[in-house]
Design a protein around this ligand. Structure first.
Ligand SMILES: [Zn+2]
Length: 344
């Protein structure tokens, strides 16, 4: 089958590949339809590594996917041939202590698509555990199905934050993860979500949503906006999605007493935090790593219309034009949120 292969940093091509995999009793085979390009795919393309994860052998990219079931293993009850589905890309060891306690995203042995040495899903078909394959509601498109993966991160962050109805949240950073986190926070009960960044082009898509308030921190007054919406109390929930040192340091400035801060962005280096400023407000800091158990609830919110992601899809390319799509993503246009690939 054809697959998009990263040979080494800067070198990707569509190649004819075969994969040593067979349909197990608990698996399904899926013909891939749509795959979103993630920041991590682009990072592997540009640098050949992310931190400790190094591409040492040619690897198929892609982990945000939807498709159609083409075969089912004999134990599979909840899926049938022809079902439209999306897939969770991280498969844990089902016997690990973390999986048994429900935090399977933290299983050190998790195998995650397009994280070396595991091949991704930018190929004609995959074999995948049925337990990590989810039927798309009829009114959820393949592209929306592929968006469930990044959405799941925002959903996990919103869940960890313990949002109460009517909370006001601040999201720092309007990249793809910042925007999906803001949408998850709204769907999760926030009345208003302030989202800030340094680029108007990045904020424009978020600003078009009702309930999202976009602030450019270079040209606008974030503190004034937070104060105006919260009667001067500060934000009930803060999602740090930029990974920028200055942003992490500023969390206490914008937080309400008794608030929760969720650290979503991954800083490149160690960020100093004013502990006393955080203590004076009893801020609860939480972190997330990917997500667990978020696909079913994300699909329900997409189907209900409470999560709308169509505006986040900036451009759709055909699979044959994958290299051009990756070059576009790597160019990092500020107005691009998600580049989508369709297999045919
Ligand atoms: Zn992703």
């Amino acid at each position: 089958m054809k697959a998009l292969v990263l040979a080494e940093a800067g070198k990707i091509a569509i190649e004819e590949c075969s994969f040593d995999e067979a349909l197990g009793n608990d698996d399904v085979q899926i013909k891939i339809h749509s795959v979103g390009i993630c920041g991590s795919d682009v990072h592997y393309y540009q640098h050949g590594r992310i931190g400790p994860f190094v591409v040492k052998a040619p690897m198929v990219l892609g982990h945000e996917a939807s498709g159609v079931v083409t075969a089912v293993g004999q134990n599979v009850k909840h899926l049938n041939v022809g079902d439209r589905v999306c897939m969770e890309p991280g498969i844990p060891d089902m016997n690990s202590a973390q999986t048994r306690s429900g935090i399977y995203n933290l299983d050190p042995a998790v195998r995650f698509w397009a994280t070396p040495p595991v091949h991704g899903c930018l190929r004609e078909s995959v074999i995948h555990p049925a337990a990590f394959t989810f039927k798309l509601p009829d009114n959820v498109s393949f592209a929306e199905g592929a968006m469930v993966e990044p959405l799941a991160i925002g959903m996990h962050a919103a869940t960890k934050a313990g949002i109460k109805p009517g909370d006001i949240a601040l999201v720092i950073g309007a990249g793809p993860i910042g925007v999906v986190t803001a949408l998850a926070a709204l769907a999760g009960g926030c009345s208003d979500v302030i989202i800030c960044d340094m680029f108007d082009e990045k904020l424009a898509v978020a600003a078009a949503y009702e309930g999202l308030h976009a602030v450019n921190i270079k040209t606008g007054d974030l503190a004034a906006k937070v104060a105006a919406l919260t009667s001067g109390n500060g934000a009930d929930v803060i999602f740090e999605c930029s990974g920028a040192k200055q942003a992490i340091v500023s969390i206490a400035d914008h937080a309400a007493p008794g608030s929760v801060a969720v650290l979503v962005g991954m800083p490149i280096d160690v960020a100093p935090v004013d502990i006393v400023a955080a203590q004076a407000k009893e801020i609860t800091f939480k972190t997330i790593f990917r997500y667990a158990n978020m696909y079913p609830r994300t699909l329900r919110l997409l189907s209900s219309g409470k999560l709308r992601v169509q505006p986040l899809i900036s451009e759709t390319y055909k699979f044959v034009d994958s290299v051009a799509a990756f070059e576009r993503a790597a160019a990092g246009h500020a107005s691009d949120i998600k580049i989508m690939l369709e297999m045919e």
